[in-house]
Design a protein around this ligand. Structure first.
Ligand SMILES: Nc1ncnc2c1ncn2[C@@H]1O[C@H](COP(=O)(O)OP(=O)(O)OP(=O)(O)O)[C@@H](O)[C@H]1O
Ligand SMILES: [Mg+2]
Length: 725
């Protein structure tokens, strides 16, 4: 395969295989119910029970191994898995090096989400099934009902569409009746007055034509109203989903790829739309029509009706066995699509890295592999859909043959008229239409339900940081920040900040220094409540942050991060994010204070110059100054600043230093310092090491004390002094 040209097809039928996954017994119910999400991290699987036995033996030998373990038995397609050696730390201690090597050679992990139906059994250490111990957990509201709650505002449209649909489908029922009357009572009957014949024919035809006018109106209303209800509802759902997703915690966005999120909000929701667009109205109409037809068929000729329904069991079986497969395969198509979109987004956003390492060819191959796997999943789902169509088609086309066979014998025996048989066949033809539609519908329904499940997975994700219902707003703020014995970790048993105790007075400028990974960014992120501490608390002006409204808290905090994020739009629009109602003078003043006015004026269209998603036309230093201007415009009491590490030339550096000095003046600030000037001007310097405050004071004192600060100073800052002075 070459990077640009032909893409080789993968073997079409990657057979299902059995894999084993060892997990804590406590985690099993969650997996059995929700499947295994790739956002949880890599779930390593093995295809040989011997490997699992080695793991279990090692766990048994380890004395400290308290938690109980079970083995999930997974039925996976080989192409769902990526090859990757399991981390040594995930293996229990005491495994021989040869075993470790062998386990690492055999371990794989799913690169897509694994849906719950893929977990076919749960085994204990000796290989007996213990699935029965994991009874399904308590009843959870099925997503489809929750989905329907979004239809409620538009029930009037759905009602009109359904009523119009009934008319649309019931009107054609008149035609076979008319034909029977014409055949049996007009054409084939002897001894009728020709005038009566002509008049009867005319009235019947005119009557049916009039009904067809009604049918026209109903058809139009049905399509339009069903579409209006469907699209409005999808709009609501999409807006609600976006609103929900962007309120989720930072950790959600670290675990999920941007492209994968986009895929759910855009592609899954479109799929769900079919549910309202066709399913919701058709189900009722078709059911009503079927009922009407069954009554008609039985009233015409009960025996023949039975003959015509004799093939129905095949249809029902197909619905039962193929339906769930369609639903699973559609879900897996969407899961694959998500992997593809996620990767695509990353690689497009990081295209300079791809080019920098000259990886275009490999990336193209990787993309082709993913596209191939998607294709395979799509073909799977196509096969199930086709199988369903095939079975239903057989029923639809064979039943009339049986009926004709039976009918003809009846006519020959003189027990039935030609008109009656014709009428029956026409009604039977109508009977299988809605049946076929209902079966198509079951496919649409399966697809939509799969998508709806995935959409509601996001709705069920709750932010970790939640606002209390009785949270107070904080109209004014002095800016006194207090860390009270704060301990925090991203994972429960791995604290990143330990027992941090610090009081920052209003207006104080605190510089944060420490080795990389000490927890500086984490420290700063606790102030706007991006995360909540696991122990201890943070206070703003004496109030626990958790008692405050989030929006109100964050209104007082300005954040300037290491990398300036600008959205596509004009310079002005980017500035107005900080304060939507800022006037022209305010913007001018903010730019002036940030030393940015000069370069903005030199842009081709000044403030109205369009900048790319990341401000592509601006230099690093210019972007930093725009970020500072944004902070000036917001004018917060508290400023959190992660100084950019990128070195600027001395003129640009001086401009930024001036702007910073202006910005910090009179505000409480926490600055993660990378500039010499910042630590020299700070009121206090906090030295963090491995999540603890190890020293505290002004530059001269700290330097005199020696220790970590002196060391950091010489490593990180001292050489800067030489460059800058
Ligand atoms: N989202 C996260 N999930 C899990 N662990 C994290 C996360 N963010 C940071 N960590 C871990 O927390 C520790 C502290 O990280 P932090 O980003 O606060 O360090 P830092 O002092 O800002 O480092 P640097 O100077 O390199 O920016 C590190 O060990 C890091 O691996
Ligand atoms: Mg950091």
């Amino acid at each position: 395969m070459n990077g640009r040209g032909g893409v080789r097809n993968l073997p079409f039928d990657p057979h299902g295989m059995i894999f084993y996954h060892l997990c804590r017994a406590d985690d099993a119910p969650k997996y059995l119910e929700d499947g295994m999400a790739r956002s949880d991290g890599r779930h390593y699987v093995f295809d040989r029970w011997e490997d699992i036995r080695v793991l279990i033996a090692a766990l048994d030998a380890a004395v400290s191994a308290e938690p109980e373990y079970v083995v999930l038995v997974l039925d996976l397609d080989a192409d769902m898995l990526a090859i990757g050696p399991i981390a040594r730390r995930r293996l229990p201690p005491g495994i021989s090096p040869e075993d470790v090597e062998r386990l690492q050679r055999h371990s794989r992990y799913p690169e897509v989400d694994v849906s719950a139906p893929r977990i076919v059994d749960v085994k204990n250490a000796v290989g007996d099934s213990v699935r029965a111990h994991f009874a399904p957990r308590e009843y959870r509201r099925a997503p489809v009902w929750r989905f329907l709650s979004y239809v409620r505002p538009y029930w009037r449209y759905v009602a009109v569409a359904t009523a119009a649909g009934l008319v649309k489908f019931l009107v054609p029922l008149v035609f076979p009746w008319m034909l029977r009357v014409l055949l049996d009572d007009v054409v084939l009957k002897r001894g009728i007055d020709p005038n009566v014949r002509e008049r009867t024919t005319l009235y019947l035809v005119l009557g049916v034509l009039a009904l067809n006018l009604l049918w026209m109106g109903a058809t139009y209303l049905r399509s339009v109203y069903a579409a209006v209800a469907g699209h409005r509802m999808i709009r609501d759902l999409r807006v609600a989903l976006f609103d929900h997703v962007q309120r989720l915690s930072h950790s959600f966005f670290l675990r999920h790829q941007t492209g994968a999120i986009v895929s759910r909000v855009v592609s899954d929701i479109s799929l769900a739309q079919n549910f309202v667009g066709s399913a919701l109205t058709n189900v009722w109409m078709d059911s009503a029509l079927l009922l009407a037809l069954i009554i008609i068929l039985f009233s015409i000729h009960p025996m023949m009706a039975l003959v015509s329904l004799s093939l129905m069991p095949i249809y029902v079986l197909s619905l039962r066995y193929i339906g769930p497969k369609i639903r699973l395969s559609t879900r897996e198509v969407q899961q694959r699509l998500e992997v593809l979109s996620g990767g695509l987004h990353e690689k497009v956003a990081g295209v300079s890295v791809v080019k920098g390492f000259a990886r275009e060819t490999q990336e193209a191959q990787l993309f082709a592999t993913h596209a191939n796997k998607l294709l395979n999943k799509v073909l799977y789902s196509v096969r199930y859909t086709a199988a369903n169509e095939m079975v239903v088609g057989f029923v639809v086309h064979s039943a009339p043959v049986l009926v004709v066979w039976y009918g003809v014998t009846q006519i020959i025996a003189g027990r039935m008229t030609v008109g009656e048989l014709t009428q029956f066949l026409l009604y039977l033809g109508m009977f299988y239409f809605p049946l076929q539609r209902l079966s198509d519908l079951s496919v649409v329904l399966s697809n939509s339900l799969a998508a709806i499940d995935r959409v509601f997975e996001y709705f069920d994700t709750q932010p970790h940081v939640v606002e209390r219902p009785d949270a107070r707003s904080l109209p004014d703020c002095l800016g006194a920040i207090m860390f009270e014995h704060v301990t925090f970790g991203y994972e429960p048993d791995n604290p990143v900040l330990r027992d941090v105790d610090l009081t920052i007075a209003p207006g104080e400028n605190v510089a944060l220094v420490g080795p990389s990974g000490a927890g500086k960014t984490t420290f700063a992120n606790l102030v706007p409540r991006f995360y909540d501490p696991s122990a201890g608390r943070l206070l703003l002006d004496g109030e626990d942050l958790r008692d405050l409204e989030l929006a109100s808290l964050r209104r007082h905090i300005g954040i300037v991060s290491q990398e300036t994020i600008l959205f596509s739009g004009t310079v002005q629009e980017n500035l107005l994010l900080a304060k939507p109602d800022a006037g022209a003078e305010e913007i001018e003043a903010a730019l002036e204070a940030a030393n940015a006015r000069e370069f903005v004026e030199e842009l081709p269209e000044g403030l109205w110059t369009e900048i790319g998603e990341r401000g592509a036309v601006l230099s690093g230093g210019q972007r930093q100054r725009l970020a500072l201007a944004r902070a000036f415009l917001k004018n917060p009491r508290i400023l959190l600043l992660d100084e950019a590490t990128s070195a600027l030339d001395s003129r640009a550096e001086r401009r930024i230093q001036q702007a910073l000095a202006r910005l910090l003046k009179g505000r409480t600030s926490i600055v993660i310092a990378h500039r010499l000037s910042t630590i020299l001007n700070a009121d206090r310097i906090v030295v963090l090491e491995a999540g603890r405050i190890v020293d505290l004071g002004r530059h001269a004192e700290l330097l005199a004390r020696g220790g970590l600060y002196a060391q950091l100073y010489h490593e990180q800052f001292h050489h800067v002094r030489e460059e800058q002075t």
